[in-house]
Structure formats: C-alpha cells, structure tokens
Design a protein around this ligand. Structure first.
Ligand SMILES: Cc1cc2nc3c(=O)[nH]c(=O)nc-3n(C[C@H](O)[C@H](O)[C@H](O)COP(=O)(O)OP(=O)(O)OC[C@H]3O[C@@H](n4cnc5c(N)ncnc54)[C@H](O)[C@@H]3O)c2cc1C
Length: 303
C-alpha cells in the first residue's frame, strides 16, 4: 500500500489493497498433508482444534460487532471452492498452501475440488426433483427457488449448500478464464447460490442470506500485472471483479475480503512463483483480522 492507500503491485506480482498491510515474505514449507474433500453428500471437515460458533442462515441480522468478534475465535470453518484440472498446477499449489496454513491455525477446511468431483455446471430441470411448479414453461430461477423451499433440489446442490452454510469463509481458487471464473465454477455459482438459500427478493446485498460469512477470490492470470491497470491493455483488474465480487458474492450478502491475485505465474521465474505462494500463506496468517472491502462502485471504478 502506498502512502495514499492506493493499490500496489509487488515485484512478485501480488496485488494488495488498502485493506491489507504489506507483509514480509515467508519461506514455503513442504506440504505435510493435503486435505481434499470431494464427497458429494456429506461434508467432512478436516479439523484441528475447537470449532467456533456455527454461523447459520437463521442468525439474526445486524450484529456486526458479534460477527467481527466471532471471526477472531479459533476453529473457524473454511470452504475452498477450487477449479483447476491439474494437481501439479500453480492453482493447486495455492489451494494446498491455504489448506496447510488454515489447518495449522486450527480451522476446519473443506475443499470442493470441482473437476475432481465432476461437478455438473449446467443449470437444468434435472436439478429439481419431484413435480415442477409450471411444467409447461420451465423457468430455472423460479423452479430452483420453489425446490429449495420444498427440499427438492438435486443432492449435489444440497451438499454444496450445506458446506456453504457451515462455512465462516469461502475462498474461490481459480485461473482467470475470459475475465471471469472457469465455466465449472460459474456453474457452481448458478446452481448453489439459488434464491431462498443465498438471497431473496427482497433480501440481497447487505441483507443477503450469507451476510454473516466472508468470501475471498484467489485467482491467477495469464496477463501480467501492468496489463491490468487503467492504462493497460486489459483495464484495471477491479473491472472484472465487479460481476463476481459485487454482482454475485455481495449480492448474496457475503462480506468480501480483498482479492488475492497472482499475476502471470506461467511467465514468472520459479523464484517469483514461490514468492507468490509464500505471500499468500503469509496473508492467511492474519486473514481473520482483515476488514472487508467497501464493495460498492467507487472501489471498482473510482469516484
Ligand atoms: C479458456 C481460458 C481463458 C483464459 N482467459 C484469460 C483471461 O481472460 N485473462 C488472463 O489474464 N488469462 C486468461 N487465461 C490464462 C489463465 O488465466 C492462466 O493460464 C492461468 O491463470 C495460469 O494458472 P495455472 O494454475 O493454470 O498455471 P500453471 O501453468 O499450472 O503453472 C504455472 C507454472 O507454475 C509452476 N508451479 C506449480 N506449482 C508451483 C509451486 N508450488 N511453486 C512454483 N511454481 C509452481 C508450474 O509447474 C508451471 O510451470 C485463460 C486461459 C484459458 C485456458
């Protein structure tokens, strides 16, 4: 962060927001245990230490101070929604680093490894079990909402919703695809964050049903950091974060932590890549003390 609180891109390509203090780099430690969570129906939380209060959908509104306090308690639950095909990829290294560090903190960490699970990304009528409200003219949003209320959503959706419901923090780990998430992760958002579960009308943005949870996008790019500036070819990286962070996560009520962007790992040296992984690990050490971003137009587009 510079003296004016503007975005800073480190030499290793890590961007930090005004909400994140600059941290020293740590040496990467070997992965001692890789906790993978691919069951479809029942979440199994890898747990070291005491579980904190379970923040569920029925929690009362407007208890911001309790919310902040609860995040400082040990034993938080973290769900990592992870989209990469290759276990040796850089994204896998970032995911493994998060599992390792958060587990060491005593967090219960679950990973939804979407490709390994063969997660269905398509929102279709087979997501609704039982009778449709209007079989003559299928409307996915309406039918998913009704099915949620009746407990008639497909099992894989219910399983993911259970993981989200139990999590204090959801981390999305993915490579940037066309300025967005890979299709499999978009499908997770389309199907899991349905009306009734994540939001209602009214009942969105700060009133969204996931308002007592944190969300964080950890992503990698092909483009270098200098291309993702206002004057760069791709424009400021905050532009592509708008639909994901504001249009999706904040809409569902999530409090959004500053993104972790690891720029251009393919075009970085081995040393720079290791530094990016170490920087992510280092950030996670004090993640629970971070304030969410002000998720509104000025953060993305300026005044
Ligand atoms: C369909 C599609 C659309 C895309 N759209 C965009 C776009 O809109 N914008 C954009 O910028 N990019 C885009 N890209 C590029 C994409 O974002 C990058 O290819 C991706 O982010 C790179 O991450 P990775 O995990 O796949 O890297 P990898 O290729 O898996 O890893 C890079 C290097 O890191 C090494 N590595 C792995 N683990 C470690 C470790 N622990 N320590 C050090 N090194 C390690 C790997 O061996 C490899 O050499 C797109 C790609 C595709 C396929």
């Amino acid at each position: 962060m510079d003296s004016e609180g503007q975005m800073v891109v480190s030499s290793a390509g890590i961007t930090e927001s005004q909400n994140i203090t600059r941290r020293p780099r740590a040496l990467e430690t070997p992965i001692s245990n890789s906790l993978k969570f691919t069951e479809v129906m029942e979440p199994r939380w890898e747990q070291k230490g005491q579980l904190g209060a379970n923040l569920c959908l029925s929690d009362t509104v407007g208890e911001a101070s309790n919310f902040q306090k609860s995040l400082k308690e040990p034993g938080k639950k973290v769900l990592i929604v992870y989209a990469h095909q290759e276990p040796m990829s850089f994204n896998a290294a970032l995911k493994d680093a998060a599992v390792r560090e958060l587990s060491a903190q005593g967090c219960a960490v679950a990973v939804s490894d979407l490709y390994a699970m063969g997660f269905e990304p398509r929102a279709t009528r087979s997501d609704i079990t039982g009778t449709l409200s209007n079989p003559d003219s299928f409307n996915y949003g309406v039918e998913a909402h009704e099915a949620f209320k009746k407990g008639a959503l497909a099992g894989d959706i219910l399983a993911e919703q259970k993981k989200v419901q139990e999590a204090d923090l959801v981390i999305f780990q993915f490579p940037l695809y066309w300025f967005s998430v890979p299709a499999i992760m978009k499908g997770w958002m389309d199907r899991v964050l349905c009306q009734g579960f994540a939001f209602d009308i009214p009942g969105f943005y700060d009133s969204g049903f996931l308002k007592r949870k944190l969300a964080l996008l950890s992503l990698t790019t092909g483009g270098v950091a200098s291309s993702y500036t206002k004057a760069g070819d791709y424009g400021d990286f905050r532009y592509f974060l708008w639909p994901l962070q504001h249009g999706t996560l904040h809409f569902c009520g999530f409090k959004v932590l500053a993104p972790q962007i690891s720029f251009a790992p393919e075009y970085s040296s081995e040393e720079e890549r290791k530094s990016m992984v170490a920087s992510w690990t280092q950030r996670l050490k004090s993640l629970w003390t971070e304030e969410p971003i002000q998720c509104s137009p000025p953060w993305y587009f300026g005044q």
